[in-house]
Design a protein around this ligand. Structure first.
Ligand code: FHN
Length: 588
């Protein structure tokens, strides 16, 4: 079964817009995604049988003829759709923008389109354009309205991509599809509903660069300040998107947004009850903010227009947390450190660092690597409560250490924030440092990519993972600081998108401190943690390294033999190693 989960627009290849058009979006950090369409009627089942994968893909995975699928419109009469309540929910959740499907891959317009009668007003007994009320409520309640528009995949139009069960692939003419449907419909949504925050394009699979460029310029001509999502393709978006539900190993560079589900589907499925917990969602929001990414979190209303109560409850729980802690998330900059921490994450605002503690801390909290002078430490939720602190330099390695006495901190689950005020903008040690829990974690974004060939083919992609590791001449190399000498166990962590095959069986060599450890990557363990849900973090134990004295070390990870099986190749993965990190932990 094909599982399409669209990646990238890897890095923004165009300069940031002159005016800061992204300012509102960066400030918001958190938005509501709404997948709503005809697919909510079958809700994941066709002729009584479940059709696997996300609900909005039912037409594709069931290979349902357009003649049959389109009849779902006759049953679309969402009596409970309440745009005021939907926008209120987004506000209660603490979100700053809302992105709703104006047209998804099934080709059905969820607004009154003149360009195609296959739309919610002309084709359903409801005869109602939900976007009119939604736009009005967004204006009234103060939230940015944005439209999702599937510009490439379209299973209704004969020239749209990927419906090859109704229409012959050879007959498809993408230019005609753009001319007859995409351009007219984009013109409609950009001229009828007032100023839009963005058009959220998706799945750029078959359109050429020229096509994507033409789509972009149409948007900018009609609404110059309207943003264009990274999935317009060909690096033409105003910001980047990793794959769905992706959490990066370290900080992103540039502007990013991770879109994510609350359960495992985007469009409503009546059998998907696997809800993420509110704690998981709050922690994920913080994780992404600390890495410089927005979080676009999805709801899939049912065919009656009701938001699943489990979704609403979770969004309200996030909102309750944000009402206290929103100032440490919204409008913040990412952590000055490129890596995350076992204990939590950091966000930044001017001269203040916000330490987001993911678990109840011990009395003495320590942080390695902050060079800037600290002027005060307070509980974010209770600024009257100050905590004593001390800054020192570890003599053997010169590592700056901040120690805070957190006695009296009221820790509230799932994340408690401590504000650390600085005398100047934060400055941190550039090398990877051993952490106070004695671990050292080496992530892709902090590696140097080297090669014995003329030029490395491998790279660390914009989302922080290794890409195109297809040549044994290429390697990854880190410099890092060890404070406590001794024996350490080395683990190499690789990953894969959970619906795609894992690429293992590569013979890797880890060279460090005069030792070489050679292993074949295999599943020795699956590491717990947020990222494992969609990108299982697969640990291969490599054995022991000795660090005889404190100081800086170099570790090189090279491949002696690459196991590049064709069957591991997918639409989005080159079939090679997807390197996540190396962990060094005290032996035993
Ligand atoms: O195929 C779509 C999918 O249905 C959904 O809309 C997601 C949201 O990011 N985008 C595509 C897959 O990545």
């Amino acid at each position: 079964m094909l599982a399409l989960d669209m990646p990238l627009a890897k890095r923004r290849s165009r300069p940031a817009p002159g005016r800061d058009d992204l300012a509102w979006w960066r400030e918001a950090r958190f938005g509501l995604f709404i997948h709503w369409g005809l697919y909510a009627v079958p809700a994941g089942f066709w002729k009584g049988r479940p059709v696997a994968y996300a609900g909005e893909w039912i037409m594709y995975h069931g290979k349902i003829p357009f003649a049959d699928y389109s009849r779902l419109a006759e049953r679309f009469h969402p009596r409970h759709w309440d745009p005021a309540a939907v926008v209120r929910l987004a506000k209660q959740a603490g979100m700053g923008y809302l992105v709703i499907t104006a047209k998804h891959h099934d080709g059905f317009a969820m607004y009154h389109s003149k360009a195609s009668r296959y739309n919610v007003v002309d084709a359903t007994p409801w005869h109602h354009d939900p976007m009119v009320g939604l736009a009005r409520e967004c204006r009234r309640q103060g939230i940015r309205l944005c439209f999702y528009y599937s510009q490439d995949l379209d299973w209704q139009h004969p020239d749209g991509a990927w419906n090859t069960w109704d229409y012959r692939k050879e007959d498809k003419d993408p230019a005609r599809y753009l001319r007859e449907k995409v351009f007219p419909q984009l013109t409609e949504i950009l001229t009828r509903y007032g100023p839009l925050g963005m058009i959220w394009f998706d799945t750029p699979l078959t359109l050429s660069r020229e096509h994507s460029a033409a789509i972009r310029s149409l948007v900018k001509r009609l609404q110059p300040r309207c943003l264009v999502s990274g999935r317009i393709g060909h690096g033409l978006g105003d910001y980047s998107l990793p794959r769905d539900n992706f959490l990066p190993p370290g900080r992103f560079e540039g502007d990013w947004e991770t879109c994510a589900t609350l359960n495992h589907t985007w469009g409503y499925r009546k059998d998907d009850h696997q809800w993420k917990s509110a704690s998981n969602l709050i922690t994920t929001l913080v994780d992404l903010a600390s890495k410089g990414a927005n979080y676009l979190l999805n709801i899939g209303p049912d065919a009656d227009g009701r938001v699943p109560p489990a979704s609403a409850a979770r969004l309200r729980a996030i909102g309750a947390w944000l009402r206290v802690n929103g100032g440490a998330v919204r409008g913040t900059l990412p952590s000055p450190f490129r890596n995350g921490f076992e204990w939590g994450r950091i966000t930044t605002r001017g001269r203040t660092l916000f330490f987001h503690l993911f678990g109840k801390p011990g009395r003495y909290f320590r942080l390695h690597g902050l060079r800037t002078r600290v002027t005060g430490v307070r509980a974010f939720a209770d600024p009257g409560r100050e905590f004593p602190f001390r800054q020192a330099v570890e003599p053997a390695t010169g590592t700056p250490i901040l120690a805070i006495d957190l006695k009296g901190l009221r820790w509230t689950s799932p994340v408690t924030v401590v504000a650390v005020h600085l005398a100047a903008a934060p400055e941190v040690e550039p090398l990877t440092l051993q952490q106070p829990d004695d671990s050292v974690t080496l992530i892709g974004p902090m590696a140097r990519v080297g090669t014995k060939a003329r030029k490395p083919a491998m790279r660390i992609g914009g989302s922080g993972m290794s890409e195109n590791w297809r040549n044994t001449a290429d390697y990854l190399e880190w410099r890092f600081t060890v404070i406590k000498p001794g024996a350490y166990d080395a683990t190499v962590v690789t990953t894969h998108q959970h619906l795609e095959p894992w690429s293992g069986g590569h013979t890797l060599r880890l060279e460090c401190a005069g030792r070489a450890l050679r292993r074949v990557t295999r599943r020795d363990a699956l590491l717990p943690g947020l990222r494992s849900a969609y990108y299982p973090q697969i640990a291969t134990r490599f054995g022991r390294l000795e660090f005889p004295r404190p100081g800086n070390y170099t570790l090189r990870l090279r491949a002696d033999r690459l196991n590049l099986l064709k069957k591991n190749k997918t639409f989005f993965s080159d079939g090679g190693i997807q390197f996540s990190e190396i962990q060094l932990k005290p032996h035993g």
